[in-house]
Design a protein around this ligand. Structure first.
Ligand SMILES: Nc1ncnc2c1ncn2[C@@H]1O[C@H](COP(=O)(O)OP(=O)(O)OP(=O)(O)O)[C@@H](O)[C@H]1O
Length: 245
């Protein structure tokens, strides 16, 4: 379980995230939606250890990892799939997989199970077909799968996914969301930044709306699927029209 309490963070002394409370239980998806500049990536980077919070705490499986550097956070069991994928242009798929494989530390009870390159390729067979290709020779969807593979090979208990479907065709985006569901079923907690409230409601147990760095709504995914009005109002989107009208 990832637990954020009163998390406050920003840049150069300014505050972007204000007093944010949020949990990601093991085996569930918690989606974050919000407009450009709402603070979604700042939230992901603060949890990942790139930004030191000015107040509040980050706890993983009961362990306080607030303000720890990114490599310590990764070793504690948090995997990051960054916005824009950021695969290494000059490395092949096989090299990415080999270099990213890091078995869980001994006695680390919070991790669901170890991910090996072979297990990752079972989940993402397309990467096996492209194992000799370099990062730049992959399609956007393949790069996204490689970024996901890289994070999984650290055998995380929690995955942070920052807009994993950005720039992908709808069919591929659907595949990525299906993969997210599979990973949650494996016991991984997923914090998912999503550009689409509908997709967020579709795959998440909880959806949080972030507005100017503050939580303005936290709703059950199932409730938002049934009636997305509150989600749309929090995002100030056009109300949903009944199909009957
Ligand atoms: N490195 C930085 N230095 C200073 N300010 C930053 C930095 N990165 C982001 N910001 C500011 O923090 C605020 C939140 O940005 P952030 O990237 O977290 O938003 P976001 O919700 O992820 O947006 P998007 O949907 O466009 O990715 C914005 O006002 C942005 O200008």
């Amino acid at each position: 379980m990832l637990e954020l309490t009163g998390l406050t963070a920003g840049y150069h002394g300014g505050t972007v995230l204000h007093d944010l409370d949020l949990t990601v239980p093991a085996g569930s998806v918690h989606a974050i939606v919000g407009h450009n500049g709402a603070g979604k990536t700042t939230l992901v980077h603060t949890v990942a250890g790139f930004i030191r919070p000015s107040a509040g705490s980050v706890r993983l499986g009961g362990r306080d990892i607030t303000g720890q550097p990114a490599h310590t956070v990764a070793r504690a069991g948090i995997g990051l799939v960054p916005q824009g994928r950021r695969v290494f242009a000059g490395l092949t798929v096989a090299e990415h997989l080999r270099l990213s494989h890091r078995p869980p530390g001994r006695g680390d009870a919070t991790r669901p199970s170890e991910w090996t390159p072979a297990r990752v390729l079972e989940l993402l067979p397309r990467l096996g077909e492209r194992r000799g290709n370099r990062g730049t020779d992959l399609s956007g969807g393949e790069q996204q799968m490689l970024a996901l593979a890289r994070a999984l090979l650290g055998s995380p208990s929690v995955l942070l996914l920052d807009e994993p479907t950005e720039g992908l065709a709808p069919g591929l985006a659907k595949q990525i969301y299906a993969l997210v569901g599979t990973l949650a079923q494996e016991g991984i907690g997923v914090l998912l930044v999503s550009p689409s409230p509908a997709q967020a409601a579709e795959c998440a147990r909880t959806v949080t709306v972030l507005t100017s760095g503050r939580v303005t709504l936290q709703v059950d995914g199932a409730d938002a699927r049934e009636d997305p009005t509150a989600l749309h109002e929090a995002l100030e989107l056009a109300p949903v029209r009944s199909a009957a009208r």
